[in-house]
Write a protein that binds this ligand. Structure first.
Ligand code: ADP
Ligand code: MG
Length: 247
């Protein structure tokens, strides 16, 4: 097989079932480095499952996921190490609600990276500053807006200095007026050269930020390509139908 040397993540014949329900069918996808790949598609099409397989929150039963030169799906993969390289941001933030902002951002640095408190906090301050949350270190998640909580989650991921960032509908749970700020932050991160896989319903973001757009339906990749092409010249009736619903 001819391989693209610049793929940051490569999905090869990936299949995933939950019990008897076959959710991902023969997924083959190259995610280029330093590019944002947006994944769109109807609810239940397997978008979250694909992301969750990428950092081994789920185990695919067949096929491979390559992260750079390493096979993430290999039996002996060190999951902590993998998740240091592949950060993930969720729809519902998944912060530790009993910890304040600083402790949320430093926890993995201290427990996984074994960093001392001072060093971890300095790194965390840098990231919190970058997401516009300097001064919020001692707040609990419950005392923040949804947009601020999502920024903390992004800062927490970035503090681990990942090579790849996964976003699963990161703005879907936010009040409408808070969406823009988080999308702008994601856009800046994309521009900085981060490799990102972004599952989103924000079609404008996908068109503007994505280097590559992937449309999934019923556990398969139905179309992919440059966003303008995918949006403006959808080939399959399924994508045409989907775009009619969301645009
Ligand atoms: P999407 O993110 O595109 O909405 P998902 O990956 O969440 O899709 O789900 C794909 C399919 O897998 C859906 O039919 C969903 O009901 C099913 N599914 C997702 N997670 C589980 C689970 N933990 N157990 C059983 N079925 C699941
Ligand atoms: Mg989902």
């Amino acid at each position: 097989m001819k391989t693209d040397p610049k793929a940051a993540v490569r999905f090869i014949d990936l299949n995933k079932s939950y019990g008897a329900v076959h959710v991902l069918h023969d997924i083959n996808l190259d995610v280029p480095e330093a590019t944002t790949t947006c994944i769109i598609g109807p609810s239940g099409s397997g978008k979250s499952t694909l992301l969750r397989c990428t950092n081994l929150l789920e185990r695919p039963e067949a096929g491979k996921i390559m992260i750079g030169d390493e096979e993430a799906t290999a039996r002996d993969t060190n999951i902590d190490k993998l998740r240091e390289r592949v950060g993930m941001v969720f729809q519902h933030f998944c912060l530790f609600n009993h910890l304040d902002v600083m402790d949320n951002v430093t926890l993995a640095l201290r427990k996984v990276r074994k960093m001392g408190r001072a060093q971890a906090e300095a790194l965390a301050m840098e990231q919190l500053d970058a997401v516009g949350l300097k001064g919020f270190e001692r707040r609990r998640p419950a005392d923040l807006s949804g947009g601020q909580q999502q920024r903390v989650a992004i800062a927490r991921s970035l503090a681990m200095q990942p090579a790849i960032m996964l976003f699963d509908e990161a703005t879907s749970a936010l009040d409408p007026e808070l969406v823009k700020g988080v999308l702008e932050l994601m856009g800046e991160l994309a521009k900085s050269g981060m490799t990102m896989i972004v599952v989103t319903h924000e079609m404008r973001f996908a068109r503007e930020v994505a280097g590559r757009l992937v449309f999934m339906d019923k556990g398969r990749i139905v179309e992919q390509g440059p966003p303008d092409e995918v949006f403006d010249q959808p080939k399959s009736p399924r994508l045409q139908h989907f775009l009619n619903q969301v645009l």
